[in-house]
Design a protein around this ligand. Structure first.
Ligand code: NAG
Ligand code: NAG
Ligand code: NAG
Ligand code: NAG
Ligand code: NAG
Ligand code: NAG
Ligand code: NAG
Length: 805
């Protein structure tokens, strides 16, 4: 653990003070009051009315966590009928409990490119949180977005394209909240690496501040803020601020990010809560827009010393000494209570908190908040360990298969046609050898990589391994397996006889919160592939990998590697999902939500990793690449990827035809204005920002035809090239060659043909004009590209002009 003596304002040093021309926070005060706009109006009135009945003490503990049964806890106020709030991890499972499902990770959800599945995953996650009595799900994740392929938590989010991530955020949040559970998208914002995400102490006891992500305004809007705008538009209840600094100022006290971008520009109506231990000041954080301190005091958390909350009773002092207006505290409480009422979490039928949550050992009340008796709505002891999984294994299996990307398939290697002899190799094929649940370590050397580690992990109770699923699916095959990678590489398949018809090699990479990583698969993976393919027994080798995102595949061109599947982190049905693909029950339809390069060096965004830092502000990361991350960089710098963003093969073939573009006029006028109408005076901010940003200004349709012999799903994709020609607002230096602006997943039988329509909103065709501080539609011709990957050789193209003047 770290020492937490950080002076408020220590991060507000000027350039001269540390001698570097680094970006500074743009201040934004005061913190705007929530107004309960739109459909939250009635809930806001209820929140105001309850707040008016609260004592100061009661208000303090609406915004400060206490110890309790959940990973974050706001206690009940029985006097007023307020039932408290239980916050639980995380984005792919309700992590702390038993009898819950482990769903596919964010990267897998993104790799499906399927809005319906993304939504249904949100619905079923919401059902499990609800049934366990959890009010708030800590997720989904769009920070990290995945700026750097080396980032340790990228697998929790939806890949580095902001448009795809934005759709996934919106679908997930709508799904979760439809079940009466609050979503808490995180980590806001620019939390793009794990290394030095928190402050540390050097040998002399000097605090070395956390990494500062230095992001210019246009990049912030068009890349990192973009999916959070979708989250706010989807009506998210809360948002978690991040550990890192932004332009020198901690994310949880960054007034520009919280008061400015989030609460004013995006019109966010809910509350901002801190990442655990991410609060570094009291008054300054509150004035800058932080509404809730989590987990509150860090006592009993394993910290070397008990750490008081910067909130709690300190807020009384702030109000009494005149530094904080009582109305700001009221605003914080309004923000916390409005979604609680909007989602009807006050109702009698909201389930009790299941006592099986593993946090219960920390003690239910502690001495932090002695004034309240029975501060949590706990289940009676005879109603513990409720099984909330229902039939969710079905969706998990379906999504696992839908997110598996077929990267190579020579001469119809896959699907398998009743092979008599199958070889199964590698430690990723087996059942867990290290127990079901180890938060900070792989679940065992000998286990399939179904998800990553850290707070975004899951308590895996029912993991179906690939070996088990292959046996079930192929009961008459002679299956020989060697799962120990050391044995494989040292004994060269000596014991295998007779030679298999097909060899399947299973590889994995474990990624976790708290550590960044290389792009090499784990456990001597390259050597494993070489040993198997050169053994003489395996000229027909299928490589399957459970990967957190981009990895390098030095063996991809090996002639004996006849097929490659990227299976990502599919959750607890890993084996069944994979068998459905291998044996052809499901045609692969997953597409890469990121780029796979030939070499690590082909990526332009390494993490910052310093040693012997003595300057407290030494950890600086300038996002100098601007918009050029992932495929935008590969396109811009003309670097050939091994497998491009959006790519994935199928067992059938699809062709696109009849590209058709139609301009629509939301205002009835034929001319589109460059800026949203009446911008600068939008009145009450709407969730998601200026409403006209979401109006459809053009639509593009394309016909999709299944030209093969097998039923399968296609993913037609729409890319736009912004004009970079006439008066140079945008240049080829600062604007990517093309950006994703539409996708649909569509199931087609052989010979079937359907038309797919992509709607383009004003935001989709605008860039962020940092001078005007508004989204602007550029003059000139947009290139429109419809295809089946970001580098489709058969792209259909046309041009679109939106502004005539
Ligand atoms: C960070 O600094 C850049 C460069 O001055 C500026 O464009 C951007 O708005 C700043 N962001 C924040 C959150 O202060
Ligand atoms: C918030 O509302 C209070 C009244 O409840 C008002 O005094 C205060 O000025 C408002 N703050 C802002 C930033 O508008
Ligand atoms: C008021 O109290 C708060 C919390 O202890 C403290 O941070 C702040 O500096 C105090 N301000 C004044 C003017 O005393
Ligand atoms: C960062 O540097 C440290 C010390 O040199 C090293 O142990 C660690 O693996 C590096 N991290 C990454 C992600 O490269
Ligand atoms: C591929 O398999 C064949 C036949 O077993 C073998 O002769 C050849 O060396 C293998 N190639 C590689 C690259 O391992
Ligand atoms: C596209 O936008 C139109 C309104 O312009 C709407 O009626 C239609 O439902 C939208 N289609 C999709 C697929 O979102
Ligand atoms: C900064 C500050 O005033 N922190 C105080 C918060 O309150 C606790 C007691 O509840 C004090 O110990 C801290 O010093």
């Amino acid at each position: 653990m770290r020492a937490v003596q950080i002076l408020a304002g220590a991060c507000l040093l000027t350039h001269a003070e540390f001698g570097l021309a680094h970006y500074q926070q743009d201040s934004f005060f005061p913190s705007p009051n929530a107004t309960g706009s739109g459909d939250w109006k009635d809930a806001f009135i209820q929140a105001q009315s309850l707040t008016a009945k609260m004592t100061l003490e009661e208000k303090l503990f609406m915004v400060t966590g206490v110890e309790g049964p959940c990973v974050g806890n706001i206690p009940e106020i029985p006097r007023l009928g307020f039932k408290g709030l239980c916050l639980q991890d995380g984005p792919l499972a309700i992590k702390q409990v038993s009898y819950a499902s482990t769903f596919p990770a964010g990267v897998s959800a993104a790799a499906t490119w399927d809005k319906k599945l993304m939504h249904q995953r949100g619905v079923e996650l919401g059902q499990e949180f609800f049934a366990k009595g959890a009010h708030i799900m800590l997720g989904p994740v769009a920070g990290p977005l995945g700026r750097s392929p080396f980032g340790g938590r990228n697998w929790e989010s939806f890949g580095p394209d902001p448009y795809l991530a934005g759709v996934a955020m919106e679908e997930t949040i709508r799904g979760v909240q439809s079940q009466g559970v609050q979503a808490c998208p995180k980590h806001y914002i620019a939390n793009e690496q794990e290394t030095q995400r928190n402050p540390s102490s050097n040998e002399d006891g000097v605090t070395i501040e956390a990494l500062s992500s230095n992001v210019d305004d246009r990049t912030m809007h068009e890349v990192y803020l973009w999916p959070f705008a979708n989250a706010v538009r989807a009506g998210t209840s809360s948002i978690m601020c991040a550990y890192n600094r932004i332009n020198q100022t901690y994310a949880c006290e960054n007034s520009k990010a919280l008061n400015g971008l989030l609460k004013t520009e995006l019109g966010f109506r809910g509350y901002v809560l801190s990442d655990w231990g991410g609060t570094h000041s009291g008054l300054n954080s509150i004035l800058s827009g932080l509404d809730m301190d989590m987990p509150g005091p860090l006592a009993g958390s394993g910290a070397s010393e008990d750490i008081e909350s910067w909130f709690g009773r300190n807020i009384t002092t702030m109000i009494n000494n005149g530094s904080l207006e009582a109305t700001r505290l009221d605003d914080m409480v309004h923000r916390v209570l409005t979604p609680y009422y909007f989602l009807r979490q006050d109702r009698e039928s909201f389930p009790t908190i299941d006592r099986d949550t593993s946090q219960i050992t920390a003690g239910v009340t502690g001495d932090v908040y002695p004034d309240f008796k029975d501060p949590f709505n706990l289940s009676p002891p005879d109603d513990m360990n409720r099984d909330v999984r229902a039939d969710h294994a079905q969706l998990i299996r379906e999504m696992g298969a839908a997110s598996t990307v077929l990267l190579k398939n020579v001469a119809g290697t896959l699907p398998l046609h009743s092979p008599k002899r199958i070889g199964v190799f590698g430690n990723d094929a087996g059942a867990p050898s290290g127990g079901p649940f180890v938060v900070d370590a792989p679940i065992g050397v000998m286990a399939t990589g179904s998800n990553g580690g850290g707070t975004g992990s899951g308590r895996i109770q029912d993991l179906v391994s690939p070996l088990e699923a292959i046996r079930d699916r192929s009961p008459h095959s002679y299956i020989q397996s060697v799962l120990d990678n050391d044995v494989l590489t040292s004994e060269n398949l000596e014991g295998i006889y007779p030679a298999p018809d097909v060899c399947i090699v299973f590889l994995k990479q474990f990624a976790t919160e708290g550590e960044d990583h290389s792009l090499e698969l784990d456990y001597d993976a390259t050597n494993v592939v070489e040993t198997v393919t050169s053994s003489g027994s395996c000229p027909n080798t299928v490589v399957v990998m459970h990967n957190p995102g981009p990895v390098v595949l030095p063996w991809a061109d090996n002639d004996n590697v006849t097929a490659i599947l990227a299976a990502h982190y599919p959750g607890e049905q890993a084996g069944n999902s994979l068998a459905d693909i291998l044996f052809g029950d499901v045609s692969p339809s997953g597409k890469l939500p990121y780029t796979i390069a030939y070499s690590e060096k082909d990526y332009n965004t390494p993490i910052v990793n310093l040693t012997d830092v003595t300057d407290p502000n030494g950890w600086q990361l300038d996002f100098t690449e601007g918009l050029m991350i992932d495929y935008r960089h590969f396109d811009h710098a003309a670097v050939a990827p091994r497998y491009e963003f959006g790519f994935g093969l199928s067992y059938t073939t699809f062709t696109l035809s009849n590209l058709h573009i139609r301009r629509t006029s939301p205002t009835g006028k034929s001319q589109l204005q460059a800026y949203p109408p009446e911008s600068g005076n939008p009145g009450i901010p709407q969730p998601g920002g200026h409403p006209s940003l979401w109006e459809v200004v053009a639509s593009v349709s394309v016909a999709v035809h299944n030209t093969g012999e097998t039923t399968g799903a296609a993913v037609p994709q729409l890319y736009l090239s912004f004009p970079t020609t006439s008066p140079a607002e945008l240049t080829t230096a600062n604007t990517p060659p093309k950006v994703l602006r539409g996708f649909e997943k569509i199931m087609l039988e052989p010979g079937q043909r359907e038309v797919v329509t992509f709607n383009l909103t004003r935001r989709d065709v605008s860039f962020w004009d940092a001078v005007a501080q508004e989204w602007k539609i550029p003059r000139g011709d947009f290139g429109v590209w419809a295809g089946q990957s970001s580098r489709d050789e058969e792209f259909l193209t046309d041009v679109l002009r939106l502004r005539e003047e």
